[in-house]
Ligand binder design. Structure first.
Ligand code: TRP
Ligand code: SF4
Length: 329
């Protein structure tokens, strides 16, 4: 029996940080390794233009760097299809056809549309492309007849909208598309070093590629339990971002020890952070070795992307043949 297909994508807006790693990438790798799915992962470079239209010069480099990060954390082109959206022009055609049948009201009430407009208030996002962002996303997903879309909770409204659009297409023309489901990733609550959401725009991220002094420095400046002023004050690990990181990087016994010690002021935050920095460095060491390898073998990256583009295009062409017949165009 054919494996169920899943598909997910990321916008190439810069280097990936630990939020991406724990919120999405590790899950992508697990799904790949489970052997239960035919995995498609792609770089949503057209989607990046919706917010970066006035400075597009970084998108190509970000695409390459993102694929380097993907491969370095364990995505494997032998097992997953890795491709770039803009290389498969069929996405644009399907986007156009879907835009014809998508009611404006569905887009205007999209919560991420409203949120992102406020979050990125410095950019003018009153564009047609930005409003249509989820329609392009729907095209990405249904093009491959994906059964599931691994995403974080913030993307669920987009998958819901994709379901609506797919249903509408099936109803108006022909039952071509399976209705995709969001495969929710439980995202651990990891904040940036300043205690806000980890985000490139806040300049508070720990990048997957950070190492040595940079990594140490970032971890040493992380916000902790704000109530804990002095080393003699007992702390509360539950509200400490450093502790949340320990939960992911340290041995369970160690995590318990830190929890107990913190609560009775038996450990200082400086030492706690030093231990964390040590663990994160150890954990990322092999990732960094692979990053170094790929940075010096960009031709290999390009080949991997081209191969993925070929595989994706093959499926996209088949789908579009069916779609054109259904639409009678
Ligand atoms: N909107 C997604 C994000 O910002 C990226 C994306 C584009 C995507 N197309 C997709 C994710 C299709 C899943 C499936 O993270
Ligand atoms: Fe956080 Fe560790 Fe300080 Fe406790 S000791 S507040 S867990 S950094």
């Amino acid at each position: 029996m054919a494996l169920k297909r899943i598909l997910s994508g990321m916008r190439p807006t810069g280097k990936l940080h630990l939020g991406h790693l724990h919120g999405a990438l590790n899950n992508w790798v697990d799904l790949q390794e489970s052997g239960k799915y035919d995995c498609f992962y792609f770089v949503a470079d057209w989607h990046a233009i919706t917010s970066e239209y006035s400075s597009t010069e970084g998108i190509k480099d970000s695409t390459i760097n993102m694929v380097i990060d993907w491969l370095s954390v364990g995505l494997d082109p032998q097992k997953s299809t890795l491709f770039v959206q803009s290389a498969v022009k069929e996405h644009a055609e399907l986007f156009l056809l879907l835009s014809m049948i998508t009611p404006l009201a569905w887009l205007e009430r999209n919560p991420t549309y409203k949120e992102m407009k406020t979050e990125l208030a410095t950019k003018d996002l009153s564009t047609f492309g930005f409003l249509g962002y989820p329609v392009l996303q729907a095209a990405d997903i249904i093009m491959y007849k994906a059964y599931g879309v691994p995403v974080g909770i913030d993307q669920v409204p987009h998958v819901e909208l994709t379901r609506e659009i797919a249903r509408r297409f099936n109803f108006l023309y022909k039952e071509i598309f399976p209705i995709p489901e969001p495969l929710l990733t439980s995202v651990p609550k990891l904040l940036g070093i300043d205690g806000r959401k980890m985000s490139k725009s806040y300049d508070n991220s720990i990048y997957i590629s950070d190492r040595g002094k940079v990594l140490q420095q970032k971890i040493s400046s992380m916000f902790t339990d704000p109530q804990r002023m002095r080393k003699s004050d007992p702390g509360n690990p539950e509200i400490c971002n450093v502790f949340a990181f320990h939960g992911l990087y340290s041995q369970p016994v160690k995590v318990k020890e830190i929890d107990a010690a913190c609560r009775k002021a038996g450990i200082g935050c400086t030492d706690c952070k030093k231990m964390l920095a040590q663990r994160v460095a150890e954990e990322l060491n092999s990732v960094h070795e692979r990053i170094d390898y790929y940075v010096n073998h960009i031709a290999e990256i390009n080949e991997i992307i081209e191969e993925g583009n070929r595989k994706a295009t093959k499926i996209a062409r088949q789908t579009m043949d069916e779609v054109r017949t259904a639409v009678k165009i």
